[in-house]
Design a protein around this ligand. Structure first.
Ligand code: AMP
Length: 509
């Protein structure tokens, strides 16, 4: 039996290979309606190109490009060739990409032609042997070279525990960590979601999520590909495009921000979505208010689920049965969850503690960080999610907080520590704290609270401008405030809860 996720996908695609399974509307370039056959042969061609360039099984292929059908083709080529796919957030700046490349040591970096110069510099600094380019309109050296490939190599046999992808997720240490995901992790989770959410060949998934993150890349694509369903592939969430394409779709996946934006106009209404069978939400808390407003407007209940880069999806509200607002539902089949006290004792119904998960979906550790990985697992293979949760009498999991003070802005994780370190490095700054506060559009946004060195002066604009040079925009605090001291508890820890209260209205408008 093959353990390759690629083989599983290949066997799940429609038997009639001429069927269109991917369409990217509003593009002028040819070949934008992809049949199953085209997707498979494109992946075969790219995998052969990578092999021809000298890449071997287990080698990393890093990708930082705008979303396109071809970018999905690169992912499938990696699965097929036994290469490890390493998608990078398109918002990452030079220093962030340089760190990831230094850590993951990819053999190939694929970037937008417009970013070729800095990427070549990064490749040189890190001795990366190959760089190819690809833009959103399918132009670049990747496409040119793929067209020249004459010999198609066969798919590579992989073991279930072989790595399929590494996705970087920032941590409390400030530096991003590479979550190592195996073919087993991805396949088991994909099948559980496909079946749990009833995806079939009849489905048309409107795909508006980015594909450098687990939500858009794994949750969405695997549900569709493993069902042989069709995807309408949008380059990004564009409200007008979503409204335009919804009538042709059967299902849609979003972060909560997508739903608040959709609900912001009257054109998102019951008539528009009466034919839809599924809306899911995740990556950040869906406010009960949004859930209710959506139900009042459309008569449908958003299905909220919970997961993370390291584990894929852990819990989901039921397809049949009550989808309960403010909860993330039940563990998926094959996945176990438990709530633990700080002392490591399993807690009962209604008790709040650290959430741990175990199952075939759970990753094996962080790339080249064995000690950090060991710290994150409890005995028996339980992964400590860092989320604080409670399980109610009916078995629904409620997330009540984030142990690690994570900020989720527009569905993206922002880890305060990473930003605090940069602010603290500024010569005028003594210390700082970054906290998340409510933001009308992004759900949450970061606010910097800064203590200056005696006699030093610095203004809000300068702090934000300096951070913008170093960080992806979504990580940059929206506001900065200067104070005499940070509030601390008797143990010397900064009391972020007090800061959150104080600055709660700072990003209201
Ligand atoms: P990521 O690794 O980027 O997928 O982020 C994972 C984190 O997002 C989790 O540990 C949770 O804190 C948060 N998260 C994911 N889904 C939900 C949800 N439905 N409700 C609240 N938080 C969520």
């Amino acid at each position: 039996m093959s353990h390759s996720l690629f083989t599983l996908i290949e066997n799940s695609l429609p038997k009639d290979r001429s069927r269109i399974i991917l369409e990217a509307p509003d593009r002028t370039h040819g070949l934008r309606d992809w049949s199953a056959d085209y997707l498979l042969s494109f992946a075969a061609r790219l995998a052969s190109l990578f092999a021809q360039r000298g890449l071997e099984s287990g080698d990393r292929v890093a990708l930082q490009v705008e979303k396109s059908p071809e970018a999905l083709g690169v992912y499938l080529a990696c699965l097929r060739g036994g290469f490890v796919f390493l998608p990078m957030n398109t918002a990452y700046r030079f220093d962030e990409v340089d760190y990831l490349v230094g850590n993951a040591e990819p053999s190939l970096i694929i970037c937008d032609p417009s970013a070729e110069k800095p990427i070549l510099e990064i490749a040189e600094r890190n001795a990366t042997p190959h760089v190819l380019t690809l833009d959103a309109e399918a132009r670049g050296s990747l496409m040119d070279e793929a067209a020249q490939v004459t010999e198609i190599v066969p798919p590579v046999a992989v073991e279930a525990d072989d790595l399929a992808a590494i996705l970087y997720t920032s941590g409390t240490t400030g530096k991003p960590k590479g979550a190592m995901l195996s073919h087993r992790n991805l396949a088991s989770n994909g099948l559980a979601l496909r079946d749990g959410w009833r995806f079939t060949e009849k489905d048309v998934l409107l795909h508006a999520l980015p594909i450098f993150h687990a939500h858009g890349l794994f949750v969405a694509c695997h549900c569709a590909l493993l069902a042989g369903a069709r995807m309408i592939w949008l380059g990004k969430f564009d409200r007008d495009m979503v409204i335009r394409e919804l009538p042709r779709a059967t299902s849609f996946m979003g972060v909560p921000t997508f739903y608040t934006r959709l609900l912001a106009g009257d054109d998102f209404n019951r008539d528009l979505v009466a034919h839809m069978r599924l809306f899911t939400s995740g990556s950040a808390p869906l406010l009960a208010e949004t859930f209710e407003e959506f139900r009042a407007r459309t008569g449908q209940a958003i299905l909220e689920r919970y997961g993370m880069t390291e584990t894929g999806m852990n819990t989901s509200n039921p397809y049949d049965g009550e989808r309960r607002a403010g909860t993330v539902g039940f563990p998926l089949p094959g996945t176990e969850v438990r709530v633990m006290s700080d002392e490591g004792v399993e807690l009962g119904v209604g008790e709040v503690g650290g959430l741990q998960v175990r199952g075939p979906n759970v990753f094996s550790g962080y790339w080249r960080m064995p000690e950090k990985s060991a710290e994150e697992f409890a005995e028996g293979g339980w992964f400590k999610t860092g989320d604080v949760a409670m399980i109610d009498a009916d078995g629904y999991v409620h997330l009540v907080g984030r142990a690690k003070d994570l900020i989720i802005s527009g569905g993206f994780n922002v880890y305060p520590k990473e930003i605090e370190e940069l602010v603290d490095d500024m010569p005028e700054v003594l210390e700082s704290a970054i906290v998340g506060v409510p933001h009308a559009d992004f759900g949450e946004a970061g606010v910097a609270v800064i203590v200056l060195r005696p006699g030093a002066s610095l203004d809000e604009k300068t702090v934000i401008a300096r951070l913008k040079e170093k960080l992806a925009n979504y990580k940059v605090p929206k506001r900065a405030f200067f104070v005499e001291n940070l509030p601390r508890n008797t143990m010397g820890k900064v009391q972020k809860n007090l800061l959150r209260d104080e600055y709660r209205d700072a990003c209201k408008n």
